[in-house]
Write a protein that binds this ligand. Structure first.
Ligand code: PRX
Length: 644
């Protein structure tokens, strides 16, 4: 069994480690990195400045992350489960992939990718359901040094087309379809639409999953099953069934993951090899206090950063057993998570507040008779967890004996940044609590002045480089600088607001920019507005968030139409359809209000503050409206809001 020599064992050790990590980061991370497998050790631990920004960790080192996630465990864990896969349909057989089998599968995928022409540095877009082959595909890319860019199944053809173009992707790995609850999502046909105007993609590899009819384009589209059979034969003919892991530079890109910001276009966040690996591993072992042999169930999709770091790279690099679930929490019924916990004796359950809230709505019946004794640690991620959801999770799922870790982090941070460590540092409902070693958070006011002391609130920034910090936004470094490092000099700005309580615990209050968090998914208001504005007859729109019982935030759109004589209900449905086509179902507006005008300042800026208040149901205390070009539009909007 792999041991974790850098697992923090007490509050006192947390304090000492934290202090050392901030005062002597090089010595601290050098020690942790020494527990990984390197093809060549680093010349310098860390070299960074936030002004360019330039962030480099383990400079000069050579490695392959898959050797750290797979090969190094083979001596001790070859017959132990690496991935347990639970299908969407509970009647279908589950699969257990041991470390030995994972090594064979990833080797075969690496050989297959090489056969179809994928080279080191090529961008490979992965658009698959949550099947084990998705994990093999991601790791297969990493094995040969191709840069994976996984796209969540809820994005539309247009969104995929934009991402393919931005990443200049040359290969796609997809499935015919994906099962999610009662749905069968036609992934390949979405890819076909995304490729209509594409000029960079050379090959599309298609895995059979749902067996819906699909079209296969000659020369461009190839079946996974056929190609993998060829690759396996080639490897079998060798002395050892192994595809040699490519030697990667510590700072070579590992993956691109697109995420929304305040502008209309998603950004390709780039993470590199070594720093990301060390951070995913270190945070996994410490936050969840992972013990050898435990079953870790992260309910996220691998299309999001949570899936990258805490279904794949974190648990596998720690020699852990990770559970991958294809379905949804409410199908065949709202007891599905509990059935899975019982079936596999899950020890760690890591999920999102939105999932907890949606399950709370079903009451306690789905929990009845389910044996959840194996659970030891519960985790929350993606959005602020409200106190009611926290208590429900603690009481009814954790039976008041499990720790809850409230983990704050972002796609850009690569791994968990602020969280209690299960059973080691104190938990506090609805608080992410304390920073992990290596993380130096600060709160600043609008002018960027650092706010000292406790019991204060401000904008959350990070002051020191950590190993998995965003390196760049793909093919546009300036965008990375302006988005994250230019608002406040020498600080990484998170876009979140936070409170620091009297003991120094952080509570993340939510985004302070024009980004919504809908069911834990990040959606830029500008992106939704762009999509709405593409609908025929729409003159202008403004999108804001409003509190939503299950989703955390809902999407509220104010829309001006050219012609007012339309059937409002039908027009709403049509606009929603356009948003689904342009972005995907995850960005569907929950409410659409048709308005004659939007509250604008004399310089033409929309006063979103007023729109947010009205969307929240507040019609009296709207603050100062005297600077508006036409204050009367506000009365119209208030009247209209009552009818929504
Ligand atoms: O607003 C914060 C919220 O999710 C945002 C990051 O979204 P994304 O990059 O999609 O990554 C989600 C999974 C890491 C943050 O800016 N957020 C994430 N975790 C928490 C949170 N808000 C409050 N509490 C959290 N634990």
């Amino acid at each position: 069994m792999i041991s974790h020599p850098y697992q923090i064992k007490s509050m006192q050790q947390y304090q000492t480690d934290y202090k050392q990590s901030i005062e002597f980061p090089d010595a601290f991370w050098e020690n942790i990195a020494s527990h990984f497998v390197w093809k060549k050790k680093w010349d310098q631990v860390c070299d960074w400045n936030f002004s360019e920004p330039k962030i480099e960790w383990f400079k000069g080192a050579k490695l392959n992350i898959t050797e750290n996630c797979i090969d190094r465990h083979l001596d001790t864990l070859a017959n132990k489960p690496a991935i347990i896969w639970e299908p969407n349909n509970p009647e279908e057989a589950s699969r257990t992939i041991t470390y030995g089998e994972l090594h064979r599968q990833v080797s075969a995928v690496a050989q297959m990718l090489t056969n179809i022409g994928v080279n080191k540095g090529d961008r490979v877009c992965i658009y698959m359901g949550m099947v084990p082959e998705l994990a093999f595909a991601v790791l297969g890319c990493a094995r040969i040094g191709a840069i994976h860019s996984v796209i969540f199944g809820g994005f539309s053809a247009q969104s995929i087309a934009d991402r393919l173009e931005d990443a200049q992707a040359s290969f796609i790995i997809t499935c015919d379809g994906a099962f999610r609850g009662v749905k069968d999502i036609p992934l390949k046909s979405v890819i076909d639409d995304a490729l209509i105007e594409n000029k960079t993609v050379k090959k599309v590899l298609v895995l059979n999953r749902t067996r819906i009819p699909i079209s296969m384009i000659k020369e461009r589209d190839v079946w996974w099953e056929d190609e993998i059979a060829v690759a396996e034969k080639q490897l079998q003919a060798q002395e050892k069934f192994n595809f040699p892991a490519a030697e990667m530079d510590a700072e070579d890109p590992l993956f691109i993951l697109y995420t929304s910001g305040s502008t209309g276009k998603p950004k390709g966040v780039v993470h590199t090899q070594a720093g990301y690996m060390v951070w995913a591993n270190y945070t996994f072992i410490n936050v969840f206090q992972y013990q050898p042999g435990q079953i870790h169930f992260c309910t996220a999709d691998i299309g999001w950063i949570t899936g990258h770091s805490y279904i794949l790279y974190g648990p596998l690099s720690a020699g852990g057993t990770t559970l991958m679930f294809e379905g949804i929490p409410t199908w065949p019924d709202a007891g599905r998570f509990w059935d899975i916990v019982q079936k596999y004796r899950v020890n760690i359950l890591y999920t999102a507040p939105t999932a907890i809230r949606s399950l709370m709505a079903f009451g306690l019946k789905p929990l009845e008779g389910k044996n959840l004794d194996s659970l030891q640690v519960l985790g929350s991620v993606g959005e602020p967890i409200n106190e009611e959801a926290w208590q429900w999770f603690y009481k009814y799922v954790g039976k008041e004996r499990c720790s809850i870790v409230d983990t704050w982090w972002q796609t850009e941070t690569g791994g968990i940044m602020i969280s209690n460590l299960a059973g080691i540092t104190p938990q506090k409902p609805a608080h992410a609590t304390l920073p992990l070693p290596g993380v130096l958070p600060v709160l600043v006011d609008e002018q960027g002045n650092e706010l000292q002391g406790n019991s204060i609130s401000g904008n959350l920034c990070i002051k020191q480089a950590w190993p998995a910090a965003i390196r760049t936004t793909y093919a546009d470094h300036e965008r990375c600088r302006t988005n994250y490092f230019a608002t406040y000099a020498n600080r990484y700005f998170t876009g979140d607001g936070a409170l620091r309580d009297e003991l120094g615990n952080y509570r993340i209050t939510g985004r302070v920019d024009d980004v919504l968090n809908v069911s834990g998914h990040r959606i830029g208001t500008a992106e939704v507005e762009n999509a709405i504005n593409m609908h025929s007859g729409v003159v202008e729109s403004a999108v804001v968030g409003y509190p939503h019982d299950v989703k955390g935030q809902g999407i509220y759109a104010y829309v001006i139409m050219e012609d007012h004589g339309h059937d409002a209900q039908l027009m709403r449905q049509n606009i929603i359809q356009t948003v689904v086509r342009i972005i995907g179902p995850i960005a569907k507006p929950d409410k659409i209000q048709f308005v004659k005008g939007l509250p604008k300042t004399r310089s033409g800026k929309i006063m979103r503050r007023i729109l947010r208040k009205i969307a929240e149901g507040e019609t009296e205390q709207l603050g100062d409206t005297t600077t508006l070009l036409d204050p009367s539009v506000v009365d119209d909007i208030k009247m209209g809001a009552k009818l929504i």
